[in-house]
Design a protein. Sequence first.
Length: 247
Amino acid sequence: MNVFSSSTKPAHGDRLSIGGADVRLRVDARARRVSIRLDTGKREFIATAPTERRLPEAVAFARSRAEWIAGLVARLPQSEGPAPGMTIQVLGLPVRLEAGPGRGRLEPGRIIAPAGARFAPTVMRLLKAEAKRALLERTAEYAQALGHPMPVVSIADPKSRWGSCRQPRKRGPHAGVEVGRIRYSWRLVLAPYEVMDYVAAHECAHLVEANHGPKFWAIVHQLVGPEKPHRAWLRANAGQLHAFGGN
């Protein structure tokens, strides 16, 4: 990691501290202007410039927004691990976390996990298992609706996206048997069911269309209807979802 100081020329990937936060410098040729935004998943700010030459301008702009940055940092949800007595949302339903005997289990309205050091890891294991179960179910339905073989589904904890899709191979000796691969964030289990469902539809639509053009969004709309409310919910609540269980 490169740490930028005022005596060096800023470069893509450099980091600096402003307003009590980590700010990463980024060059993006598609950008039309200098800008700064908060990546809630990584809990860092990204200062973007259209060219390397304009990175000093991005640094100056970020420093001019120090008060705004500090305000956003203060409002970020604090990381919180699972603890007995806590109530969380699982696919839109309240679930109480309780300590109890056994290896741990998810029941309607509650998760029971062994007390002590095993409590938090067991809760996280059960949540990830529930996320995979629900996402496998929705992926299978949408893949079938689109006339595609069931893709390989995996669960991970990416910080900057809720899902990703690799399309089946178009050419080559294994093109006839190759299936797509979809990876989801397990944290979708902490979102409302319809939001999780939208992400599954979104990634399955990529089995057909790799980009985010009009044809892609038409497929998503066909599967789940208007997508903007779900996307807005994820933008508004990303910090809270990523804060649970640590980062």
